[in-house]
Design a protein around this ligand. Sequence first.
Ligand code: KG4
Ligand code: ZN
Length: 338
Amino acid sequence: MLILCIESSCDETAAAIVRDGREMLSNIVASQVDVHARYGGVVPELASRKHVEAISVVINSALEEAGVTVAQIEGIGVTRGPGLIGALLVGLSTAKAMAWALGVPLAAVHHIEGHILAPLLEEAPEFPFLALAVSGGHTHLYRVEGIGRYRTLGQTLDDAAGEAYDKVAKLLGLGYPGGAMIDRLATQGNPEAIAFPRPMLHKPNCNFSFSGIKTAVRQYVDKCQGTIDEKHMVDIAASFQEAMVEVLTRKTLRAAANEGLTRIVVAGGVACNSGLRTRFAELSPEHGVKVFFPSPSLCGDNAAMLGVPANYYLENGRHADNAVNAVSSWTLDEAGDD
Ligand code: KG4
Ligand code: ZN
């Protein structure tokens, strides 16, 4: 089955062509980062307007790169939520109109479902597995029994990991979004230079809290009163990253052990993080687990990741209703089959 996938939940307009839920024929992403950077974060109305501008262009590029005509499309997969409502409505309306005009079925997919199933486009982990979804809006641990079968084990009680990275980058004057920039600086600094807190590390549950780390960085920076030079800056970045990576890896490995799972998927924008990738690789042998990271182009927001669940739902007759609407908040447990 040849599926056109459309994603517009935040500040990336994306379209992809995926065959049989496995083979990615194209994956086009138009980023709005430059538009939002000057405001220090995503401006929802601007995001919607930019999606309207970009969506047809991106879909045409996805078809062209895949060497596929629109008449060959057999189904459409689209992000229904969660995300910015105005942004979601652009992708969903486009997908509904195209499905209607082409006479093909539509699958409405949860954004995070796309993220955590992205590895199935590459070196597919067998089910069941533990999924750590780490992005600008999510830091969640899920038990994944199969496509559409998810159980939330825990989540952040305040900031998402990506949000913490972006806020710390902003207070260090690094610009938006800052995750990748902190990561780059962190590789040059001393991770033990400053002892930032590790919130919830020793709590025997699967929840996270990152606002305390961010506040500790703010207090540290305030104390330095504008005296931070380049060397000091890389040490702050490395020490912050160390605190984030330690909490994320230790709590995820403990959750896997408690659940009796030996396969872990780490997905979402923060899964690009070099420290997270290295630490999981170092720790996985002693914990007897295999950790799957999607390629960086499949970690950040993209449409190809929707192809895995969309193909499954379309093949199993779980077609979206004609009246399907976008939802800004939606849990993965609600979106699944059980
Ligand atoms: O999944 P994503 O593209 O969008 C959402 O669904 O939120 O994730 C974006 C987040 C941003 O907060 C960004 O700063 C963060 O992922 N990010 C990173 C890295 N690359 C992107 N955070 C840490 N290290 C990175 N290398
Ligand atoms: Zn995302």
